[in-house]
Design a binder for this molecule. Structure first.
Ligand code: CA
Ligand code: CA
Length: 306
């Protein structure tokens, strides 16, 4: 009976990591046996981008360090049977068989310039069956990120599962510009996963703080225009010429939110495609942009609600 209770308790603790004192971003799952958090990225990217995406999330491409890691990855793959058979993982420093049946040098790709430097440059992947193999790094595959529980970042002042949030006492919020260019939906999810949200400007003071932050940080690689950063504003598409009304992610009008300044000649709904909000680095005011273009973005976490 006692054993049964202990086992039940262990099952409950592993199912609810917060009860066992281990929690991380909401998009990562905890494995009690490995004491680590994992995420399967279902979108396919080249190896370098996969590495960068894991880094943005405070993790690394998973390097399988035991059969338990492989079992964890297998469990994640099973939830997505249509994703293909191969997933990027981190380099374990060992040699592996090539996953390719074709010769390593593909003349078509070489002639098209897709092979940048070394045509034999290969990266590690894991198959659904748990084999570690190698393949061309430029191929686009889904991938697995991992972070050990002891390394998983948490910022107690800002209350976020991330590093590098900066607290501004005059506003009572923490902010971060992650080093990644995402679509509006991806940016929304990224801020949300760590316990923050896409920036909503609520005052002139906050607009000034944001202007200072955007000026003090280096440009975000991959952003369509480095001077725009996505924020938590969105509008429904215009139907038959109906007015386009931007609201915050909390459902407020800009007036209700406390700041409703648009940059000059904005919002202009350029090409009829701009239904997401950004802030313009130069003046700290809003501009509408295309929700599907990649931009840097600003996450906010209120610390002292005022
Ligand atoms: Ca705010
Ligand atoms: Ca615009």
């Amino acid at each position: 009976m006692e054993g049964y209770i202990i086992i039940t308790l262990l099952i409950i603790l592993s199912a609810y990591p917060c009860l066992s004192g281990k929690s991380y971003r909401s998009d990562y799952v905890f494995n009690r046996k490995t004491n680590a958090f994992y995420k399967l990225h279902t979108e396919s990217t080249a190896y370098r981008e996969a590495e960068a995406a894991c880094r943005t999330e405070g993790a690394k491409l998973m390097v399988p360090s035991s059969p338990l890691d492989i079992a964890q990855a297998h469990g994640l793959f099973k939830q997505f049977p249509d994703l293909g058979d191969q997933f990027w993982i981190g380099d374990d420093g060992r040699q592996h068989e090539s996953a390719e049946e074709q010769p390593i040098i593909d003349l078509d790709l070489e002639n098209s310039g897709q092979i940048e430097q070394n045509p034999t440059w290969t990266c590690d992947l894991i198959t659904r069956t748990g084999d570690v193999e190698t393949s061309h790094c430029y191929r686009k595959l889904p991938f697995v990120c991992k972070v050990n529980a002891n390394d998983a970042p948490y910022d107690p002042q800002c209350g976020v599962y991330a590093n590098d949030y900066e607290y501004f006492e005059n506003v009572g919020s923490c902010y971060k510009i992650p080093r990644a260019a995402y679509t509006w939906n991806q940016a929304y999810a990224e801020c949300d996963s760590v316990g923050a949200h896409l920036l909503v400007i609520n005052s002139e003071v906050e607009s000034d703080v944001i202007k200072n932050i955007t000026h003090s940080k280096p440009a975000v690689d991959g952003s369509k225009y480095a001077w725009f950063f996505l924020v938590g504003l969105r509008a429904d598409k215009s139907v038959d010429g109906s007015p386009i009304i931007f609201k915050t992610i909390f459902g407020q009008s800009l007036k209700e939110a406390g700041f409703e300044k648009w940059s000059e000649n904005e919002p202009n709904n350029s090409d009829g495609k701009e239904y997401c909000g950004s802030v313009f680095k130069t003046d700290g005011k809003y501009n509408d942009v295309d929700c599907t273009d990649l931009y840097g973005f600003i996450c906010e976490k209120e610390v002292n609600k005022r």
